[in-house]
Design a protein around this ligand. Structure first.
Ligand SMILES: Nc1ncnc2c1ncn2[C@@H]1O[C@H](COP(=O)(O)OP(=O)(O)OP(=O)(O)O)[C@@H](O)[C@H]1O
Ligand SMILES: [Mg+2]
Length: 313
């Protein structure tokens, strides 16, 4: 069961509530980032299916497409690009498959690039977190862009993140990047909930043979090396890819198969871990701020760079 439990922890009991540090979003219990350093390993696919799995289990779930320059969630949820471009309400979340979803892709006609510098991207992510009426949520998932980036830093400095899920494929070049993502979240004092191995294996449709295209067990070994949990393996499967392209998340449309069960298991582990971490919230862990970015003694913290203040909402 991943939904809210009676007597569950108060909203965002995770640490980092110190004045000037990350501040909880009213009504939002757990903010969870889905990340990797490498592109194309399945972050958005995992975020989509975990969000739907959590919602199907009764939780109130929000999902932010924090990939400001490469938003894919509208497509993965079957929403046409740019459908809010002329909306008088501006950008706002849409309820789809039980998930409250927001993406800058709702504003962009197909093919329109977002050409923004890093600080603007950070500011955009903050707006998606803060300037949206999320209401009561058990989980607010963040689908992060690839890289150890402005989006992750801004999010971690703005809200207490309950934990990060690192997605990797099994081969060493992907795991090298996953290790960097783990290191980044450690620097940001965000707990790593664990690693998901995506595209872990392929079952041939004709013979049922298991083929490990990208090698075997890499993410599990990496999880052990980095002393983080292994959350589970998702196969390489045509129906996952097709579900993403057609806006039909597998967990919603093929809920009875083994692949959906794999996503649901991971969702259950993530929910349980986030809840446990919230109950053991450390005393106000400060967010790591690089020395050059700290204010001089007696000086107020620097405000946001003016160039970053482009409103997307
Ligand atoms: N387990 C899987 N089986 C089959 N196809 C998959 C699987 N996971 C992801 N894909 C497909 O791989 C492509 C990349 O996945 P996705 O967009 O989720 O990756 P990403 O890490 O979010 O990429 P980016 O770094 O660009 O944000 C998509 O076409 C998706 O449908
Ligand atoms: Mg993505």
């Amino acid at each position: 069961m991943v939904g809210p439990s009676p007597g569950a922890t108060p909203p965002q009991a995770h640490g980092h509530g110190a004045p000037g540090g990350p501040q909880p979003i009213d009504g939002v219990r757990h903010v969870i980032a889905i990340a990797s350093n490498k592109g194309g390993v399945g972050k958005s696919t995992v975020a989509t299916n975990l969000a739907v799995a959590l919602a199907k289990d009764g939780a109130a779930v929000g999902l932010i497409d924090a990939d400001i320059t490469g938003p894919n969630l509208p497509t993965m949820f079957g929403l046409p690009a740019g459908f809010q471009a002329n909306s008088e309400q501006g950008l706002h979340p849409i309820q789809r498959y039980g998930v409250k979803l927001i993406s800058i892709g709702f504003l962009l006609p197909p093919g329109s690039p977002v050409v923004w510098r890093g600080p603007m991207i950070g500011s955009g992510v903050k707006q998606l977190l803060r300037d949206v009426a999320w209401g009561e949520l058990d989980y607010l998932l963040l689908d992060m862009p690839p890289g150890t980036s402005d989006a992750a830093m801004s999010a971690a400095q703005d809200v207490p993140i309950a934990g990060a899920i690192i997605v990797s494929t099994p081969q060493p070049v992907a795991l090298e990047d996953a290790a960097k993502a783990i290191a980044m979240f450690e620097k940001l004092t965000v707990p790593v909930l664990g690693i998901v191995e995506n595209m872990s294996y392929f079952i041939t449709p004709d013979t049922g043979q298991r083929v490990e295209i990208f090698g075997h067990g890499g993410a599990e070994a990496a999880a052990e090396d980095h002393a983080v949990d292994f959350l589970g393996a998702i196969p390489l499967a045509t129906e996952i890819r097709a579900g993403g392209d057609e806006g039909r998340p597998l967990v919603e449309f093929l809920p009875d198969g083994a692949v959906a069960a794999a996503f649901r298991d991971i969702a259950g582990r993530v929910a349980a871990k986030a809840d446990v971490l919230a109950r053991m919230a450390p005393p106000q862990a400060p967010i790591h701020t690089p020395a050059h970015a700290r204010p001089a003694p007696g000086q107020p913290p620097a405000g946001p760079a003016p160039s970053s203040e482009r409103s997307i909402i």
